[in-house]
Write a protein that binds this ligand. Structure first.
Ligand SMILES: [Zn+2]
Length: 461
């Protein structure tokens, strides 16, 4: 581990007497660019200088580290020098350096299941007065929860193919669906799933164009091979942590993707090749978002299990699954201090008009990554159960996704007794499944309605 050392070079060696104010220059590696804060240092005692050095950023310190290498006999609290320069460490500096050496970077990620677009949802979003569409009411209850994360990634299981819009079986949703996802905190979308080709090549291409125009990250489907070469590995690069995302689907409902468009299919040769490329990308963690499994089954099937082993063997750290439209187990397994695997086999439906329990809800999976001394680990995990509240208002159906746990105990909830019961039964069934089959991943509750705990997080059980 490189030790970031910072150096203050006194341009002239002044007499080191007590309480003497001296002027110093912090230097960069490139003497031609010698610059930087001239910091008055007050000599507090014989060995330690005291001064404010807040304005020296990490980059400068990195550069200064290079200088350190050119200087002989550097001592921690003392002075050293060459060519007439004197190097002095200040107490503040050392504190600052210690804080950098012990610095931990962290990144909170969230993963969202299937974003569907059935006819009922399209009709609900439609405003007959002006012919516009608005999906914001669908997601607004989720916004505070999504805003907890540094990055939220969801599975877009419709095309944005333009009008005429269509629900099942060949989905084309209004662009406003993606706009509302973005406005309510979803940062990126994966697009390789069995509905990628519902509206043919034009639908696939338009979906990409719309997401690009919204400046939303995406991966999974591509305009052509050049686009894939550039964008297949989606890199989330935030808070000094780099996470790669790859996305594949088991198929596209037998609909072809016309050349030159591409859909990432689950094909071990293709995946292994992509994983080889991903290793060159200096990632801290690699995620595979898989569209797989059997619909409406709570148990992962053999293909999911075989693929999980393959992906972990070949360097994937985290697997997020979707497609079954119901929840499947989540497992976080540490095999040593440095090795850990995490898989969520299926996050269920995030939003849909599938009302048969338990298709009427899903889970947001959340994890924290921490990076220290160049090593990145998963530090926390959990899931929030979500439920789609469908209700009648102003003569039409409305949909909203709820962070369900915060509504089950809220006495002010606007849920009808019928809907409250339906949501509670979803929660009960989901907890029974996940409590018995998860490893190392617990339910989280987001309490957004209590003003005393407006941003509090509590653990279920
Ligand atoms: Zn699917």
């Amino acid at each position: 581990m490189k030790y970031y050392s910072a150096i203050v070079i006194l341009t002239l060696l002044l007499a080191c007497s007590k309480k003497t104010v001296v002027t110093t220059t912090t230097a960069t590696a490139d003497t031609a660019r010698t610059k930087v804060a001239v910091v008055p240092l007050i000599l507090m005692n014989d060995t330690i200088f005291h001064g404010s050095l807040e304005d020296i950023d990490r980059q400068t310190i990195g550069e200064m580290d290079l200088i350190r290498d050119t200087v002989e006999s550097v001592s921690r609290y003392g002075a050293a020098g060459r060519n007439g320069a004197v190097i002095l460490y200040t107490k503040d500096y050392l504190t600052y350096l210690d804080s950098i050496e012990n610095h931990v970077d962290s990144l909170k990620l969230q993963f969202v299941g299937d974003v569907m677009g059935h006819n009922g949802q399209i009709n609900s979003a439609y405003n007959s007065k002006d012919g516009s569409y608005d999906y914001n009411p669908v997601f607004q209850q989720m916004k505070p929860l999504f805003e907890r994360a540094d990055y939220t990634l969801a599975n877009l299981e419709v095309t944005l193919a333009g009008a005429p819009y269509a629900g099942y079986p060949e989905f084309s949703s209004p662009d406003e669906l993606a706009i509302a996802l973005k406005e309510n905190g979803v940062d990126g979308l994966v697009t390789a799933n069995n509905h990628s080709c519902d509206l043919g090549g034009p639908g696939l291409v338009r979906t990409i164009r719309v997401l690009d125009s919204l400046q939303m990250d995406h991966t999974g489907t591509f305009l052509d091979s050049a686009d894939r070469a550039q964008n297949n590995l989606l890199i989330i690069d935030k808070n000094n942590i780099r996470v790669g995302v790859l996305n594949y689907t088991y198929g596209t409902n037998y609909l072809p993707n016309p050349p030159p468009t591409l859909v990432n299919r689950i094909d071990s040769a293709l995946i292994l090749n992509d994983l080889k490329d991903a290793k060159l990308a200096k990632l801290d963690k690699l995620i595979a978002f898989m569209h797989w499994g059997k619909e409406y089954q709570h148990e992962p099937n053999t293909e999911q299990l075989i693929l999980t082993s393959l992906l972990f063997d070949q360097g994937v750290d985290i697997i997020i699954g979707s497609h079954p439209h119901v929840l499947q187990k989540m497992q976080w397994i540490k095999t040593s201090d440095t090795t850990e695997y995490l898989v969520c086999f299926s996050l269920g439906n995030f939003v849909s008009d599938q009302r048969t329990a338990p298709r009427d809800g899903g889970a947001i999976f959340e994890l924290d990554l921490q990076k220290k001394h160049g090593e990145t680990h998963i530090s926390n995990t959990g899931y929030y159960l979500t439920w789609v509240h469908k209700y009648r208002k102003h003569g039409k159906n409305n949909y909203e996704v709820l962070p369900a746990a915060s509504f089950e105990t809220n006495p002010d909830s606007t849920l009808s007794p019928y809907n409250l019961h339906k949501m509670q039964s979803f929660l009960k069934g989901s907890r029974a499944l996940l409590d018995s089959s998860n490893i190392g991943i617990r339910e989280l509750k987001y309490v957004s309605n209590d003003p005393l705990e407006s941003d509090s997080l509590s653990l279920h059980k």
